[in-house]
Write a protein that binds this ligand. Structure first.
Ligand code: BG6
Length: 487
């Protein structure tokens, strides 16, 4: 007789990948160095309204340094200081480090035939520096960093030519790092285009971001591109693990009214599962017709070939990477509900939850639910590649940061993960977001800090850039050392 109770344990596996996560455009800086071309992120000015502005008709992708500030251009100068930063990650005991490769460092305009060797040299060094400390690199191939030329002159991902450009880029990096890097992800938060197609698909109003047919076409092209990367990755090294990456938002109906329950189920099918179903199961889900109808997608205009569908079926991803910051609430029956804020999502305010300084609803149990839902549906290994608390930090006169609020947030989420592991979920690892303070994606602020390491830089670009470990740095060190027991 199998004793199922004995199998259940909250212990993390011994090879659990504890680490941290960043994205090139948010920390490297050096936006024009060594031949790098501009990316969409380089064209987004700082400020709380950056995403609203980027989705408006006023945004045309021009970089106007006289009028706006562009915090991504400098980042935290990780390009120059990566050795110091990786050393600090090693001190925390990182088993892995998730970062992205800036596409426009390798192909400055996105459409060249030959890669930029100087750009590749930087990643050669970065990867070697990680390996020097036995830190396993985890690479996102594309993280909101589409070369600007592909946005302005090709119309972003709705243009099928981008599949060829991405394939070329992915092949160069997979080929070059196939013996050094085992874990990859094809696109960051691919489903985020439901709300802001500018960052992940390069669709602005002038190239049709207000028409869902374009967004779904862009997704299809990205699905094909992702499958081609999986195909090539496995060809060059069968051990490579290539995952998708979605923004997962646990979603609750506001009450037991079947109308709210149904609306909530649709929200989950559309936002959490549509892209994931295609990338993991290799097929468009049964809900596709309903979704196309709801978003008024003109399927006659979509270009999806039989050959594409075969490719998707043949090359699904190996694991599911996802970000989790908050949950949301669906309410379609009350008129005057209070709205909550969110990174790319939002929703109705949940009276049972507290919020972050930026109004994001904190919900560790929502993470346990997410893990159970994802694993129950797909039975593929899961990797939490982003989670964390964006907060204002205060540097004390004796150069310390007492971020007990961050420790509290992470602690509760790690407890929820442990419970999910005992629930039977196959969880590979955990890389909290912005392990070193960096530029916020949704607001361009430096003051929205996630890191275990403080970076002395303010929203106006002033500061010494000095790196200072916060209290959470020493706490996380213990968490890793004890494989999650010392939380
Ligand atoms: C995710 C992105 O949406 O959330 C990251 O993948 C981003 O790039 C992170 O930085 C946190 O969001 P924000 O807006 O607080 O930086």
């Amino acid at each position: 007789m199998v004793d199922f109770k004995a199998i259940s344990s909250e212990a993390f596996p011994t090879n659990f990948l504890w680490g941290g996560a960043t994205a090139a455009n948010q920390l490297e800086g050096a936006w024009r160095k060594d031949g790098k071309g501009p990316s969409i992120a380089d064209a987004l000015p700082g400020g709380k309204q950056r995403l609203t502005f980027a989705s408006s008709k006023d945004f045309n992708g021009q970089i106007d340094e006289k009028r706006y500030q562009y915090p991504n251009h400098r980042g935290i100068e990780h390009y120059q200081r990566f050795k110091e930063d990786i050393k600090l990650f090693a001190e925390m005991g990182f088993k892995c480090y998730r970062f992205s490769i800036a596409w426009s460092r390798i192909f400055p305009q996105g459409d060249e035939i030959e890669p930029n060797e100087a750009g590749l040299k930087f990643y050669d060094q970065l990867i070697d520096e990680c390996l020097k400390y036995q830190i396993e690199p985890v690479i996102t191939i594309s993280h909101y960093e589409l070369p600007l030329n592909l946005v302005k002159n090709y119309g972003g991902w709705k243009n099928r030519q981008l599949i060829t450009f991405y394939e070329r880029f992915a092949k160069v990096v997979l080929q070059r790092y196939k013996q050094k890097v085992r874990y990859w992800m094809t696109f960051n938060e691919i489903n985020s285009a439901f709300h802001f197609p500018i960052m992940s698909q390069g669709l602005m109003p002038s190239n049709g971001s207000n028409d869902y047919t374009n967004i779904f076409q862009a997704w299809h092209n990205q699905f094909v591109a992702s499958a081609l990367a999986v195909k090539f990755g496995h060809q060059v090294n069968l051990n490579l693990q290539i995952g998708c990456m979605i923004l997962y938002a646990t979603s609750y109906a506001v009450d037991a009214n079947p109308k709210n329950q149904w609306a909530n189920l649709k929200q989950i099918q559309d936002f959490n599962f549509f892209c994931t179903d295609v990338q993991v199961r290799g097929e468009y889900p049964a809900s596709t017709a309903r979704i196309f109808h709801d978003y008024q997608v003109d399927s006659q205009r979509l270009k999806i070939t039989e050959q594409d569908l075969q490719l998707l079926k043949k090359y699904p991803v190996d694991y599911i990477g996802f970000s989790y910051y908050m949950s949301s609430v669906t309410d379609v029956t009350h008129q005057d509900t209070v709205k909550s804020a969110g990174n790319l999502i939002g929703g109705v305010s949940n009276q049972f939850l507290q919020t972050s300084d930026w109004g994001w609803q904190i919900d560790p149990t929502g993470l346990r639910i997410a893990l159970n839902e994802l694993y129950g549906r797909y039975q593929k290994p899961l990797f939490i590649v982003e989670n964390g608390l964006g907060a204002f930090d205060k540097l004390t006169t004796d150069h310390k940061i007492h971020d007990n609020y961050r420790i509290d947030y992470l602690k509760k989420h790690i407890h929820a993960m442990a419970k999910a592991v005992a629930d039977g979920v196959n969880l590979m690892g955990y890389t909290p977001w912005g392990c070193i303070d960096l530029v916020s994606a949704s607001t361009g602020q430096m003051s929205k800090r996630y890191g275990f390491i403080y970076v002395d830089l303010d929203d106006n670009g002033k500061g010494s850039l000095q790196r200072i470990p916060k209290d959470s740095f020493y706490w996380y060190q213990k968490v890793i050392e004890s494989n999650g027991k010392g939380v």
